[in-house]
Design a protein around this ligand. Sequence first.
Ligand code: UGA
Length: 436
Amino acid sequence: MRIAMIGTGYVGLVSGACFSDFGHDVVCVDKDARKIELLHQNVMPIYEPGLAELVASNVKAGRLSFTTDLAEGVKGADAVFIAVGTPSRRGDGHADLSYVFAAAEEIVAALDGPAVIVTKSTVPVGTGDEVERIVERIAPAKGIKVVSNPEFLREGAAIADFKRPDRVVVGSEDENASQVMRDIYRPLSLNQSAPVLFTGRRTAELIKYAANAFLAVKITFINEIADLCEQVGADVQEVSRGIGMDNRIGRKFLNAGPGYGGSCFPKDTLALLKTADDNETPLRIVEATVQVNDSRKRAMGRKVIKAMGGEVRGKTVAILGLTFKPNTDDMRDAPSIAIIQTLQDAGATVRAYDPEGVEQAKRVLKDVAFCASPYEAADGADALVIVTEWDEFRALDLGRMKAVLNRPLLVDLRNIYPAEEAKRAGFALIGIGKPA
Ligand code: UGA
């Protein structure tokens, strides 16, 4: 199959590289000449484990190439994937579809024969219909079909998620287009029978939002249960285990923490609420989730202040982990931002360490001393706060930490340190949803 991938963000680049690894012939297109130039030198514009190697081997095999020339890139393609950004529109929270429609217009004008246009970007219900209208307006006779194929990969685990998905969802209104999609995903069903679920196009578009909203609800639910655990002397990790062993609930996404962030959950829950509003079908559970999660991030800053005795003016806090989750350099809607602001507003000085996120963090955080190691960040600090559960924080030398800290106080917002271990090392430990 010949595939063109429009947009080389997380979704586009990972999907393009993985499709080429399946043996398809893939051209990735991006308007950003600097990005394409870097990709030609095998420099990845994002941090994603394993991606540089995957790109290099497929470029070498002649199956993967990069260009800024969309018209050239889509020539002869069986399928053209749209994987451009759909940020929240300033002002109203609706998904901004201008990049999707601009790409669709260019693709339709440039295609030289029948092809399937596939929206992989997260787009509100009805976007496929709109793209189809663009096809009808510009080139009704070329035999172009439009399908929806939402992506469920997680940053930091994107390649594994792409290659070993729980399911692939394809929303199609046309049997020939469905067959093209079946052929594209055939390597997956051959290897390990990942089910490809065919639905109507609108249904597929909604599945993506419903999945992300459900996961956001699940996280927020356990976060509120964690708060209750603290009040009643229960342990949220055991509650999670206890309820998660029920297959109907499931174990995953029940880790209480400082609130969800990232490029997807915050934006997609808002966009779903807009769709719900527009259709006069309020989604109250999702509304509550958004509110609870928003207020949780600053509440976590206040939790740190409380752990430090209620007064942080003139004190120093060491923050470990700035990105919204491990194995990414992504700072979008990261809880660290609101937590650090809350601490600074209360007069604290902040020192921070993150394995990959510092460059991005520098753009959004002011007056933070960025350090080269966890121990440097802790040097002279009155508290050590784990905000993101990077693996390297799981095996800190607590003895060495204690020696450099002003006070042996560990606030573990991801519950990665067992109470006994902290106690043995002489630390006071405050976790999430733990008995006092
Ligand atoms: C999420 C979904 O998991 C993907 O399936 C989806 O494809 C993607 O959004 C998207 O729409 O593109 P991602 O945002 O990369 O992926 O990250 P997650 O691993 O889902 O984590 C999201 C946030 O939830 C993080 O801030 C994480 O710390 C938090 N989280 C997750 C918890 O606080 N507790 C958990 O148990 C799980």
